[in-house]
Ligand binder design. Sequence first.
Ligand code: HEC
Ligand code: HEC
Ligand code: HEC
Ligand code: HEC
Ligand code: HEC
Length: 384
Amino acid sequence: MRQALGARRALLATLTFAALGVGASRSEAAPAEPYTSAKACASCHKTIYTYWSESAHAQSVSKTSYRDALEAAVAGTADKETVRRGCVWCHAPTTLATGDYELRQPVTKEAITCDFCHTVSDVDLGKADHPFQLKPGKVKLGPLQYVKSPSHDTQYSPLHKASPLLCAACHEHRNAQGVPVLSTYSEWKDSPYPARGMLCQECHMPLVPGETVPEGLGSTQRSINLHRMVGGSGYSQIQRGLDLRIESLTRSSVSADVQVVVTNTRVGHAAPGGLSTKAIVLAVGVETDAGQLLHRRERVYRRDLLDADGRALATVPDLFLRAASVGEDTRLKPKESRAERFTVPIPEGSKAIVVRLEYRDSSDPKAGPKTTLVTEERRELRAR
Ligand code: HEC
Ligand code: HEC
Ligand code: HEC
Ligand code: HEC
Ligand code: HEC
C-alpha cells in the first residue's frame, strides 16, 4: 500500500514537471502532455522561432478561416467526431498524441509546432491511421551531426535532412472516396526535381544566414534553414517560380493579336500547388489613357475536383469530404511552357497591351477570392 502510494506520488511529481516543461524523461512518464511549447524552444533557437512564427504552419489552427471550415465540415455530417479528427490531425498534429481534438491545449494552438516535427522518427504513407511514427520526448531529431544541447538530446535524422516524406505526410492526401485532394508530393515525384536531388526543403527551407543558437551555446553554425516555409501566399516565391513572356504582338487598326508564353520554371510541382481553391490567372487587356484595363480576357490554371454528380466543388470542406473524382486539370506541370493567344480590341485612346499573371486564393469563403499580382508585362501602343 505504502509502496503503491509512493509510486503514485512519484508519477504525480513527474506529471507536474511535465506540465511545467521541465524534467528529462517527461514523455515516457506523461503521455497525456508529451509535447513542449515552441516558446520553450525559442529561449535558445530564437531566430528559427521568429521565422516559424511567421509561417502558415504556425497559424494553421488559429486562423478564423480554418475554424470556420472546421465547423462547416463538422456541422454537415452525421459522424462529427470522425470528421473533426480527420480535419485536425494535419493542422494540429500534436493531437495525435494528446487527443485534444477540441483544440483547447496551448500546444494544440501552436499547430504545426517545433516539437512535433522534430520528434517524428519515421513516415510511412501507407499506414492506415496516420503516416507518422511519433517519438515525443527528449531526443530532438534534425539535420545536424555531432551537435550537443544542454536541454535535450540530439540525433541526426535523414528524414529531416534528405527525404521529402516528412512534408509528404501532410501534403499528400486521398479522401475517403480515394480522390487525391492534396497531391503535391506525387506531382513532385513525377517531376525532374527528385533526380536533381531537389527536395521540398531545398526550395521551401533554403539556408539563410542566422544562428541555430546564440554564440557559446552550441557549435558555430552560421546558417539556418528558413522556417518561414513560404508557398503561394508569399508573393516572391510565386514570382521566382513562374515566367511570363509576350512572344509576339501584331496589331491592326482595331485589334491586337497577342501571343503569350507562361512557364513553370521553378515550382517543384504543379502550379498552383496545394488545394483546388487556388488558381493562377493569366489576364490580358488593353490599358486606356486613364489607366483603366479594358477588354480583359483570362485563362485560368487550376484543377477541378468534382462531386458524385460531376459538379465542380468550391469550398475546402467539400474538397476534403465530397470530392468523388478529379475533373479538368489545367495547372502548369513542372517545367511546362504554355503558349496562349488572345485577340484584344483596341479602342480609341488605348495606351498599352497589358499581360498579367495573378494568383487567386478562394480558400476563405467569407473573405472571398484574394488576388495577388505576380508579374506584369506591357507593350506600349504608339499612335500609328
Ligand atoms: C537550452 C537551450 C536549448 C533549448 C531550450 C532547446 N534547444 Fe535545441 N539545441 C540547442 C543546442 C545548443 C543545439 C545544438 C546547436 C548547434 O550546435 O548548432 C540544439 C540543437 C537542436 C536541433 C538539431 C538536432 C540535430 O541533430 O540536427 C533540433 C532539431 C532542436 N535543437 C530542436 C529543439 C526543440 C524542438 C526545442 C524545444 C522543444 C529545443 N530544441 C530547445 C539548445 C536548445
Ligand atoms: C503535420 C502536417 C504538416 C507537415 C509535416 C508539413 N506541413 Fe506544410 N502545411 C500543413 C498545413 C496544414 C498547411 C496549411 C496551413 C494554412 O494555410 O493554414 C501547410 C502549408 C504549407 C505551405 C504553404 C505556405 C503558404 O505560404 O501558402 C508550404 C510551402 C508548406 N506547408 C511546406 C511544407 C514543407 C516543405 C514541409 C516539410 C519540411 C511541410 N510543409 C510539412 C501541414 C504540414
Ligand atoms: C514542418 C516541420 C518543422 C517545423 C514545424 C519546425 N522544423 Fe526545424 N527543421 C525541419 C526540417 C525538415 C529541418 C532540416 C532542413 C534541412 O536540413 O534541409 C529543420 C532544421 C532545424 C534545426 C537545425 C538547424 C537548421 O536550421 O537546419 C533546428 C535547430 C530546428 N529545425 C529547430 C526548430 C524549432 C526551434 C522550431 C520551432 C520554432 C522548428 N524547428 C520547427 C522541420 C521543421
Ligand atoms: C524547385 C522548387 C520547389 C520544390 C522542390 C518544391 N516546391 Fe513547393 N513551391 C515552390 C514554389 C515556387 C511555390 C509557389 C508557387 C505556387 O504556389 O504554386 C510553391 C508552392 C508550394 C505550396 C503552396 C501552394 C499554394 O499555391 O498555395 C505548397 C503547399 C508546397 N509548395 C509544398 C511543397 C512540397 C510538400 C514539396 C515537396 C514534395 C515542394 N513544395 C517542393 C517551389 C518548390
Ligand atoms: C492530410 C492533411 C490534411 C487534412 C486531413 C486536412 N487538411 Fe486542411 N490543409 C492541409 C494542407 C497541406 C493545406 C495547405 C494546402 C495548400 O497550400 O493549398 C490545407 C489548407 C486548408 C485550408 C486553407 C487555409 C488557407 O487559408 O489557405 C483550410 C480552411 C483547411 N485546410 C481546412 C481543413 C478542413 C476543414 C479539413 C477537414 C475536412 C482539413 N483541412 C483536412 C492539410 C490537411
